[in-house]
Design a protein around this ligand. Structure first.
Ligand code: BGC
Length: 270
C-alpha cells in the first residue's frame, strides 16, 4: 500500500460535545461522546418554564450547562428547537411562544452562556443522529426521518447529508395542516384507536413518498417506542423503521451539528 492509499483519520475532529434538547414539557442536556454517539454522563432534565419565553428558556439552558461543570467541555454547545432555525434565527413558532419568531437564538444563548452555541431544528438533530448512529446508519440514498409528537418534524438526508428545515409536517393534505391530523398529539387529543390513527398516517406517509421517493423512512418521537402498534398497519412502497436512539437523538444530533458547523458563533467577550 502506498502512503497515498493509507486511510487517514481526522485527528482534529472533536470527540466530545454537549447537546441540549428543548421540548414543550422538558429541557434536557448531556455531554455527548461524539465518536460513540452516546451520552458521556447521565442527562439532566428541567421542566420547560411557562411561559416559555426566550429569556426564561435561556436561563434553563444556562442552568443545565453550568450544572455539568467541567464535564460540559469547552467546545460549542448544540441546542435543538422545535421551529425553523435559519443560521441561528428562529423563523416560525408552530407549537411554541410567538416571542421566538425572529429571535437570534444562537446569539441569545451564546451571550447568556459566554460560549459558542449552535441552535438547530429538533427533527434535523434527531435525523442526523439516526443517520450517524441509529436506524439509518450506513443507508445510502434518500432518508426521511419523521418525528411524531406534538407536531410532525422532518429531516431529509441524502447519503447522510442533511438538507435543513424541511418542515414536511406542514404539508397541506385534504385541506388540513398534516400535523394537526396525524401528529401523536392528534391521536391523544381525539382519543383515536391505533387503527384510526394509522389510517391518517397512511395518508400522510403515502403523500410524502409520492412527492420524494425516499429509500427509507425512519419514525421518531416518543410514540416510536410503540411502533409495533401502528407500523405493521401501514402499506407503503418505502421501507419504514422505528428510530433507534429515541429520546437521546435530539441531544446527540445537536452536539454533532454544533461540533461540525462552520456557522457556530464565537461568544462575545465578557
Ligand atoms: C415545527 C417544526 C418541528 C416539529 C417537531 C413543527 O410544528 O414546525 O419545526 O420540527 O413541529 O417539533
Amino acid at each position: 500500500m502506498s502512503s497515498e492509499d493509507t486511510p487517514t483519520t481526522d485527528k482534529t475532529a472533536p470527540t466530545a460535545g454537549f447537546g441540549i434538547d428543548i421540548g414543550g414539557s422538558g429541557i434536557k442536556g448531556a455531554p455527548v461522546d461524539l465518536t460513540g454517539g452516546k451520552f458521556a454522563a447521565e442527562r439532566l432534565r428541567i421542566p420547560t418554564p411557562s411561559p416559555s419565553t426566550p429569556g426564561a428558556v435561556a436561563d434553563v439552558v444556562a442552568e443545565i450547562v453550568t450544572s455539568f461543570g467541567e464535564a460540559s467541555g469547552t467546545g460549542p454547545i448544540g441546542v435543538t428547537f422545535p421551529a425553523v432555525i435559519q443560521h441561528g434565527v428562529a423563523r416560525t413558532a408552530a407549537n411554541v411562544d410567538q416571542a421566538w419568531i425572529d429571535t437570534d437564538v444562537d446569539t441569545l444563548f451564546s451571550a447568556r452562556l459566554g460560549r459558542s452555541v449552535h441552535v438547530v431544528n429538533d427533527a434535523d438533530a434527531a435525523g442526523v443522529a439516526e443517520a450517524r448512529f441509529g436506524a439509518a446508519k450506513d443507508t445510502k440514498g434518500l432518508v426521511i426521518v419523521l418525528t411524531l409528537g406534538t407536531g410532525i418534524g422532518s429531516a431529509v438526508l441524502l447519503d447522510g447529508q442533511l438538507m435543513p428545515n424541511t418542515e414536511l409536517g406542514h404539508l397541506e393534505i385534504d385541506g388540513h395542516d398534516a400535523e394537526h391530523r396525524a401528529a401523536d398529539s392528534a391521536r391523544e387529543r381525539e382519543d383515536l384507536t391505533w387503527e384510526k390513527w394509522a389510517h391518517r398516517l397512511q395518508t400522510y406517509f403515502s403523500t410524502v413518498e409520492k412527492l420524494f421517493w425516499p429509500d427509507l423512512f425512519v419514525v421518531g418521537g416518543g410514540v416510536s417506542k410503540k411502533s409495533s402498534k401502528f407500523l405493521p398497519l401501514l402499506d407503503l412502497r418505502t421501507p419504514i423503521v422505528p428510530a433507534e436512539l429515541l429520546n437521546d437523538a435530539g441531544i446527540i444530533g445537536a452536539a454533532i451539528l454544533a461540533a461540525e458547523s462552520p456557522d457556530t458563533p464565537t461568544p462575545p467577550a465578557v
